[in-house]
Design a binder for this molecule. Structure first.
Ligand code: PEP
Length: 253
């Protein structure tokens, strides 16, 4: 059985104090038996958030938003996956469209990052998704299949158990424009078919595939009710405890 996941991505928006009070307030709202909850915070907040959630006995998982693809060396300003593991990080986001767009990360580099994350026992949220012009040209399924063929589909079946896929149409990220539940389901179904063809049905049906792109309390229920949508990767709406909590409570009973 695959897990339902509510993951927040704070991007470059929060400080240490915010991270600590968010974890405490989210923990105080009660347990999250219905889904796995993950928060991807800026690097500077990670260690104190891990310590706090451990002290609280909270099941919230803490994620980094990026990592470097080399294990160590002369890469000024970078953070390695071993460093993340050493402070108790659970997940790392790899391939967010902002990293692809602004930092020119290629599929080969993303695959290298995924492999080194797995070697360090980190789980990966791998992001994929098409720009608007590709959606308008009607070639979005092929576009995302190419991204997956160059990355996740290169892994072994065993490695896939540590991967969560997040489908994030770029035209819906931070724009307030959400894919319809039919558009999300269509892409998620296509991704699951590709996994079934590349690996097998069991592997494909055991993988969590999240939708990302302007998820908010008002649309989460509808999106999460789709057969192949196992939760969300949430940007803007994860910056408020109340709205993120409501999203985490939006899975079908
Ligand atoms: C994201 O950051 O991955 C994202 C989907 O952002 P937003 O929810 O703000 O569109």
């Amino acid at each position: 059985m695959r897990s339902n996941i509510a993951a927040g991505n704070w991007k470059m928006n929060t400080d240490v104090e915010f991270g600590l009070s968010f974890i405490k307030d989210l923990h105080d709202k009660g347990n999250h038996d219905n889904c796995e909850v993950i928060i991807a915070a800026p690097y500077i907040s990670l260690k104190s958030m891990v310590e706090l959630k451990s002290n609280l006995g909270s099941s919230i998982k803490i994620a980094a938003q990026n990592c470097h693809l080399e294990p160590k060396g002369a890469f000024t300003g970078e953070i390695s996956e071993a460093m993340l593991k050493s402070i108790g990080i659970d997940y790392v986001i790899i391939g967010h469209s902002e990293r692809r767009q602004y930092f020119h990360e290629t599929e080969d580099q993303l695959l290298a990052k995924i492999k080194i994350a797995l070697e360090n026992d980190l789980k990966v949220i791998y992001c994929c998704g098409e720009p608007l012009e590709v959606r308008e040209a009607g070639t979005h399924l092929e576009y995302v299949a190419d991204q997956l063929n160059g990355s996740v589909c290169q892994l072994s079946q065993e490695q896939l158990s540590s991967i969560v896929i997040a489908y994030e149409p770029i035209w819906a990220i931070g724009t307030g424009k959400t894919a319809t539940s039919v558009q999300a389901q269509g892409m998620h179904h296509s991704i699951r078919n590709l996994l079934a063809k590349t690996f097998n049905e069991d592997t494909a049906s055991s993988m969590s595939i999240l939708y990302g792109g302007s998820v908010k309390p008002a649309n989460a229920k509808e999106i999460f009710s789709q057969n192949d949508v196992d939760g969300g990767l949430v940007g803007g709406a994860s910056l408020s405890v109340d709205s993120f909590y409501e999203i985490s409570q939006s899975f079908p009973g």
